[in-house]
Design a binder for this molecule. Structure first.
Ligand SMILES: NC(=O)c1ccc[n+]([C@@H]2O[C@H](COP(=O)([O-])OP(=O)(O)OC[C@H]3O[C@@H](n4cnc5c(N)ncnc54)[C@H](O)[C@@H]3O)[C@@H](O)[C@H]2O)c1
Length: 355
């Protein structure tokens, strides 16, 4: 159990962000009582509203403040129909991911109750793996350009970056996680059959790193085949490691396998540094303010953050409370229940116990 008080920056963001983050914060307050978790929360109003009224996205000095004064960040989602450019979301979210060098995007895919998966005849133990998505390079670096834009001869290039350092550290993180969590297998996905250069680097580094972990089985699949196998035989996966683009696609599929975006949690992590935890879903503007958004993605995200901070028992207690609420069908409408966001959050909090 961690001993010193942990400082958490809470950034609810836009749309349904504030509603779901409110429930995640209430869960953190509950584990303060049940598990003696020592947390100090500070809220920040960064998001579309601040951008529109003050022209501020990620405030100056924010990254230094987060690094120096906080242990973790709990964030909602960013995106507002009034900001067509999505500038504030890009500045705030990508700013934190890149600026804090949060190179691991960790996304668990775990089925909590059989009725939630769209796959037929799958048991909870069949869908239980984690995806390590490279989070700072790959195809999402914004490098490229246009030539002869708007003409029939237009050329658009979109570049992908794979650095030796970047590829190695995400693969090492996946193997370290497998070892620490008693997972047997790490599967790397790429398209090295056609993306010859980046793929070649991923292949070489994967083999080198795997040799350092003889206790863990290392295997490889092409990314397109993996999307098929995730549906046909998800039980084969323990830990998946892949690049930014493929990880983005795999984890949306993963979210669907476990019951939908409303349930999916994620961490943007740099081990040993301030790290950012956020639900996978976006700001879902059509749902905002209606009290219908599912708070589970944010609550499981808070549980991930608790584990990162060393509060393992509290983290497990939150997950168990979520599982029980789902099994009792005390959920929001997207999971077939009838509860509001606040009622679903309360149902989970009431089940958090220190065993
Ligand atoms: N990390 C982020 O901040 C992030 C991620 C994705 C999208 N976005 C932004 O969010 C806005 C909306 O994007 P989108 O519609 O493509 O994705 P979205 O995740 O907001 O919504 C996709 C679908 O999932 C449903 N959904 C999402 N979260 C839910 C929840 N908690 N409970 C119940 N249903 C839920 C929505 O109703 C919608 O049908 C855009 O501005 C986009 O840029 C932000």
């Amino acid at each position: 159990m961690a001993e010193s008080k942990k400082r958490i920056a809470v950034i609810p963001g836009d749309g349904i962000g504030p509603e779901v983050i409110r429930e995640a914060v209430a869960v953190l307050e509950r584990v303060r009582e049940t598990h003696g978790v020592l947390l100090e929360l500070k809220h920040f109003d960064w998001g579309a509203e601040k951008y529109l009224s003050e022209d501020v996205t990620l405030p100056e000095g924010a990254l230094e403040m987060l690094s120096n004064e906080f242990d973790a960040i709990l964030s909602g989602a960013f995106g507002d129909p009034r900001v067509a450019s999505n500038k504030h979301a890009e500045d705030i979210l990508m700013g934190m991911r890149r600026g804090l060098d949060l190179y691991i995007n960790l996304r668990p895919v775990r089925l909590m109750a059989e009725h939630l998966t769209p796959l037929r005849d799958r048991k909870v133990e069949d869908i239980d793996f984690v995806v390590f998505r490279e989070n700072t390079e790959g195809a999402y670096c914004g490098a490229g350009g246009f030539l002869k834009k708007g003409t029939p001869d237009e050329i658009a290039t979109q570049e992908e970056f794979n650095t030796r350092r970047g590829v190695e550290r995400i693969i090492v993180a996946a193997f370290e996680y497998a070892r620490a969590h008693n997972r047997k297998r790490v599967t790397m996905a790429d398209k090295s059959n056609v993306q010859r250069f980046g793929g070649d680097l991923w292949q070489r580094v994967f083999k080198e790193v795997a040799a350092r972990y003889p206790d863990i089985e290392a295997n490889h699949q092409y990314a397109d085949a993996m999307t098929m196998y995730m549906v046909l035989n998800p039980a084969q996966y323990d830990v998946i490691v892949t690049n930014n683009l493929f990880g983005d696609i795999m984890t949306d599929l993963g979210a669907a396998l476990q019951g939908g975006l409303g349930l999916a949690s994620s961490g943007n992590i740099h081990p040993g540094r301030v790290s950012l935890f956020e639900p996978v879903h976006g700001s879902a503007p059509p749902l905002a303010g209606k009290g219908v958004a599912n708070p589970i993605g944010s609550i499981l995200t808070a549980a991930m953050m608790l584990e990162y901070l060393g509060y393992d028992a509290a983290s497990r207690a939150v997950e168990e409370a979520v599982r029980q609420s789902i099994l009792e069908r005390e959920t929001t409408r997207d999971l077939g229940g009838t509860l509001s966001t606040a009622e679903a959050g309360a149902a989970i909090r009431a089940r958090i116990q220190n065993q």
